[in-house]
Design a protein around this ligand. Structure first.
Ligand SMILES: Cc1cc2nc3c(=O)[nH]c(=O)nc-3n(C[C@H](O)[C@H](O)[C@H](O)COP(=O)(O)O)c2cc1C
Length: 136
């Protein structure tokens, strides 16, 4: 199975999830600057929220996808909103790319809010989530 992990992270919070997920499924996480070059079964795609929106890098990455994808499984960190699911869903739908209903989300530190998150427990939950997705 081809199971790449791509993410965009300004401050490192989402990168922590990406690395935990990639490690759990036996691949290396790459940023959204690295395009997909072959058809994939499951794409784990990480993003976060900046001023209510996902970063342009994530939009550009999704818009640039030109390989076949079995399904995208999203993961995200944010301080206030409950994940980037709906924003990413719209971008994927516009491209006709299947988006799994399952996702992984946890709080990401932002100034004094949610200090230390994602923490070790969050990362263990992310790894468990990824293993369960791949077993389906
Ligand atoms: C410039 C900026 C704007 C942000 N705006 C929001 C926001 O509108 N809603 C929210 O829930 N979190 C917001 N956050 C918090 C981030 O989503 C959170 O810190 C996230 O974990 C950052 O992920 P990263 O470290 O991978 O970049 C913002 C953070 C920054 C730096």
């Amino acid at each position: 199975m081809k199971i790449p992990v791509r993410y965009f992270s300004r401050g490192g919070n989402t990168k922590k999830l990406a690395d935990a997920i990639a490690n759990a499924v036996g691949v290396t996480a790459e940023t959204t600057d690295v395009p997909l070059t072959e058809d994939v079964d499951i794409l784990f795609l990480g993003s976060s929220v900046y001023a209510y929106g996902v970063d342009e890098h994530v939009k550009d990455f999704i818009n640039g996808i030109d390989v076949k994808i079995g399904k995208v499984v999203g993961f995200s960190t944010a301080a206030l909103v409950k994940s980037t699911y709906h924003q990413v869903d719209k971008l994927l739908a516009a491209k006709g790319i299947p988006h799994a209903k399952e996702e992984f989300y946890c709080r990401g530190s932002f100034g004094l809010m949610h200090k230390g998150h994602p923490n070790a427990e969050d990362l263990e939950h992310a790894a468990t989530f990824a293993r369960e997705i791949v077993r389906f």
